[in-house]
Structures are given as C-alpha cells and as structure tokens.
Design a protein around this ligand. Sequence first.
Ligand code: ADP
Ligand code: ZN
Length: 723
Amino acid sequence: MNARPRVRVLLPLPLADAYDYRVPAGLEVVPGDIVLVPLGKREELGVVWDGAADPALPERKLRDIVGRLDAPAMTGSLRRFVDWVAQYTLSPPGAVLRMALSSPSALEPQPLQPGWTLAEPPEAARLTESRRRVLALLAPGAVVAGTALAEAAGVSAGVVRGLADAGFLRPAPLPRGRAFAYPAPDHPGPALAEDQRAAAETLRASVAARGFAVTLLTGVTGSGKTEVYFEAVAEALRAGRQALVLLPEIALSAQWLDRFRARFGVAPALWHSELTSRTRRVTWRAVAEGEAKVLVGARSALFLPFPDLGLIVVDEEHETAFKQEEGVVYHARDMAVVRARLAAASCILVSATPSLETLTNAETGRYAHVHLAQRHGGAAMPDVAALDLRRHPPERGRFLSPPLIEAVAATFARGEQAMLFLNRRGYAPMTLCRTCGHRMQCPNCSTWLVEHRAQRRLQCHHCGHSEAPPETCPKCDAPHSLVPIGPGVERVLEEAIALWPDARRLVMASDTIPGPAAAAEAARAISAREVDLLIGTQIMAKGWHFPHLTLVGVVDADLGLAGGDLRAAERTIQLLHQVAGRAGRESARGSVLLQSFSPEHPVMQALVSGDLDGFMRAESAQRRPGHWPPFGRLAALIVSSEEERAADRTARDLGAAAPHGDGVQVLGPAPAPLALLRGRHRRRLLLKTRRDIAVQPLLREWLARVTVPNAVRVQVDVDPVGF
Ligand code: ADP
Ligand code: ZN
C-alpha cells in the first residue's frame, strides 16, 4: 500500500509547532487550506502550513485530516505574517494563528441551507399533491432555500428531499446578498486644498506603485490629514485591492465614519471587540472573499485574511492603544509595517505628533515623509499659555485657578464652548484617612482605589475590584475621617456646577460614554451647540472636530510626567498637543491654558512655543548616547506569580542567567511598574542592546537556561512601551 501524503497543520492553540497529519484518499490540500483535524478526542480547525512534514514519523503515529472547509484558503502573505509575528514576539505560532482565525464560527459548516432549482419540467401525472405544490412554487431558473420551499408549500422538509432524490430538483447555490456595499473611489467628496492635493498625490502614487513603501503623513491638528489619506484609499479601490485603516479608538469614531461616508458614499466594514459574533462572522468572510473593500478596525484587524491588501493606514500612529499587552504582546503600528511588506502593500503612518521611532525612520530615509503645514480652511493654530499654579492657586479644595475660571466665563459670554481636560475618571484618585494617614488601596493590585461618587463606590481601574466607601477608617476606626484627595472628572464637574450653574455640561469619559452610539450622540449634541462646557478624559483628545469649541483648559498638565517612564515626556506632549488641537478649529481663534506647577518644564515650553520638532530633537539627543529606543533595542521579561516568593525566586534565577556581552545589558530584577496586579506579584528584567543586535536569539537562549515552575509565568514583551 502506498503511504499517503502527509502535511503540517498549524492549530490555533499555544503549541510549540505545527503537527503532522496524513491526507486521506480523495482529498487534496495545499498550504493555506483550512482543515478539520483530530486532536485527542476532539476535532480542531487548523491551517495546512508551509514546510515538509517529518518523513521519519512512523505511519501509525499519524492521524488523518477529517476534511477541508469550504472557506477561502489563507494567503501565503498572511501565513508568513503569522510566522513573523510569532518569532518576533517569541509567541507560539498557533497563538498568533488564533488571532487570524478570530472568528472560527465563520468557518464552521453553516447550518445547511442549500438552494434548490428545477432539474426538469415535472410531469404532473407522476406527482403526489404535496410534491406538486412544491414544484409549482419554482419558476424555471429560480433558486429557493429548502426550508423556505417546504414552508411556502406547507409540506415537510422530507418532501423536498424526496423530490431531489427523485431527480426533480437539483441543488444550486443560493444567491447571497452582499454584506458590504463597495465604497466608490470617485464619489464626489470635499474638494482638496492645494497643499492637500500635493500630499494626496504622493500617497496615491505610493499605492499605484503596487509595492511595499512606508510614508509618514504629518500635519498640525486640523490640517485635514484624513481627507488626504482617503485619496490613497481611493487609489487602492481603483486598483481593485483592499484597504485597511487602523484607528486607536474605533468605538469612538463616529465623526470619522461620517467623513468616510461623505467621501465614498457608503460605510466601511468595521472590526473591533464589541462586534456581535454574527457581525464578526459575516465580516471575516467578506474580508476573506475580497467583498469587504475597506475595513476600519482596531489592532486585531491586522490578522484578518485579506486576499489582496493594497494599503494599510495607521491613524494616530503614536497612540499607545496600538500596543497589545495581553497574550501575544505586539505593537500594531510596527506589525502593520511588516504586514504591508509581506503583502507588497503601501503603508501610511499618520500623526500630528509622531512617535520618535517613526520620526527617526523618516529622518534616516527608511520612510517617505509628507507634511501639511496649515490648518484646513485657514483656521489659526490655538494660542497656548501655561498657567503657573504656584502663582495662581485654586481655592482650597478646588482645582481650577482664577485665570482659568475667568477664561471659561468669558468664553460662555461670547456664546462659545469650553472644555476642561483631565485624564482621570471618577471623583478622586485617592481616599485618605485624616486621622491616621491610611490610604484606601486595592486588595489585588498595588494601586489606590478611585472614588466614583455617582455610584458610591471605590474602584480599582486595573482589576475591576469595587467596594462601598467605608463609614469609618478600616485601619484606625475613626468615624467620618476618610477624605478624597485630588480631582477626577466628576470632581471637576462638581466645581463647574458651583461656578456656572446655568451652563449646559457634558462629561466625556469611558464610563459616561460607553460605546459608539453614546459617542455619536455626544458629538451631535456638541456640534449642535446643546452643550456649553465639556469635561473629559483622553477619550475626547483625538479626532473630534467641534467647530464652536474655542477654549481648552488642561486641569493638570503635569499629570503624565511623574514616574520613571522613558517616554513620559513624549507621551505627555503628544496627548496635550492632541487636546489643544480641539480648540479653535474653525474661524474663531482658539486658546489653551495649561495648569502646571512647572511651566518651565520642556514639555510645557514646547507646547507654548509650538516647537514640537525642537522638543523631539532634544528628546532624541537624550536617548541616543545611552542606546535607548529607537537607538537601541529593549525587551522586558515580566515574571509573575500569586506567590511572591516564587516570583522573586524565578526573577533572581533569570537575573543570574542573564545574557551579557558587548552592547548587551540587563537591568533588574526589580518590581514591575504594577508590582501587584490582579493578585499576581510581578517582577521585571529589562534587556537593552545596541540596535544592531537582535534580541530574539538572546531571549530564547536566556529563557532556555532557566526552569520556570508551574506557579510562575514569564511574559516576554519585545519593545515594551510603558516602563
Ligand atoms: P487632522 O486629522 O489633520 O487633525 P482633519 O482631517 O480632522 O484634520 O480635518 C480637519 C477638519 O477640516 C475636518 O472637519 C475636515 O472635515 C475638514 N476638512 C479637511 N479637509 C477638507 C476639505 N478639503 N474640504 C472640506 N473640509 C475639509
Ligand atoms: Zn485591583
């Protein structure tokens, strides 16, 4: 007997490698085919993978593929992307594949609903009454689903099957409605201004070239970058290829979607975590079949099975929301560049405040760079001033300084809108006992509990723990001694109510604006001038265009600067520049007031002078000598365990086995930034190398030298962002 061919099948499970299977007689498979295979007592979906199966494996150890699914095969470029991400992040390839098969139900055999059509003209004499009723429903050429046919004829499904067995009906594919209308590249959108046209032409050409290229698109907030990259999307459509746009907060992108519809006549397909499983299934298939031409999504959309991707846009490329911190730890901006390269697609990174990584790539010529220097429609950039809180202290127990209060009042008097920005949800970030100094802390995390006064709860923003505020101090029993420390947006709201009782207010935070519908309604109310004062967290920092908003007050501009994070200054300037960019986007000049205890800080100075380039140059000069990213490489090992001693022991073992050599340095072990998180004790080691050294082999060898007990987990984070 001939040995049957064998192939490698990658399963969407965290296994070290693909498994070998035998191809049964009568089945032919090629790499990329989605197949059902036996695994233990179960059957699992998998993908026929590249590379040869092991010929030495004895025949009796092999099991047969059960069958191939009726789904488009996974393209070679996506398979290579899965392998690439797995090796870069040190994740099992199956764990990455799992993201690409993110809607397995799209692959499950759908409830069998074949259509039926007439096979030959029926001869009435040979038919029973119920059979005749079924056939009478079918015009020649028409295709109707079996269940619909039986129902309309008032017969059982068995009658329809009997007609098919007797040769009167033959199966035919049911005509399917298209799930997504095609966006029209030449639908009349807004006319571009001169500088926008020139920028759009460069981007368009990069797509038309049909090869891999990365272009950085920068421009001040309000310069019209979105309309410009829409022209690149249009070009991909004209070329018959698909386009993917990654947005950091897809659920809050109502205004973006309106603009897409205005430009292309229809809505794009969407991909994010809040889709229903039915929508996920339909979308996954529509992408795989090339029916969804433009897809707008969160970072996980990178793993969708586009058969012919011509363009990837990463909007707000500097956003940390693109970093996935759980499971497979990856940065979607960086992986977008890789995905584009493997698909021979164009990649456009968009930001008013690009990351130092991307800027450096543009400076060295790896990326092309297109810049828009002016706001669209001649609107001026807002006037930014720092307000020294030492010279203008707020009243006791209050958080707004007198000059900011005056500026808000003056804005209302002119009939314009104002916004107070504070990147903190809830009422107060800490609760303190006035008698003994005890601070209310999360039992599972090393963090303070945040008071949410509206719900009368103290909450942990990391693990979801929540408790009622105690009447007496849990430490010293003093009654009525617990007091809120510091402001959250709810507390700023309280102050605003006292100051301007007649102003119409709206709080925008992730707990008051829980989803796309609420965000769209908020945007509508603001644009329709139904709101005078907006109070919000970072969810309202980006993208929004509110024509009547002329004043932005930043309640605590120093907030992001504390702590030892390498990118604290870079991130603060990016966030505050975005927030400032909400002001004065149309004819009226906007102004921005930054409340700060250190107005002399380079971040405040750069925001006031508008010289962000100068700031980034200084930042780059600081990082270069020490080989900090992007001038060196960094990877973190996070050791965690419910048992503190076990975490410490493994961290010490890793420390003792650390790699060394020229250009290689290991920092730690030290407590991780959240030393206790969801009940797990966390320690961290940082591997820092020169740029020309690859960290993956070092990490692999390092991990192989240490035995990690079951109670301990070691998470690898290549290119960590928060440290
Ligand atoms: P950015 O992303 O650079 O901050 P946007 O793309 O949000 O800027 O554009 C700012 C505003 O200007 C938006 O309201 C947008 O609709 C409008 N706009 C941009 N370009 C045009 C154009 N060519 N015609 C009309 N409106 C435009
Ligand atoms: Zn917690």
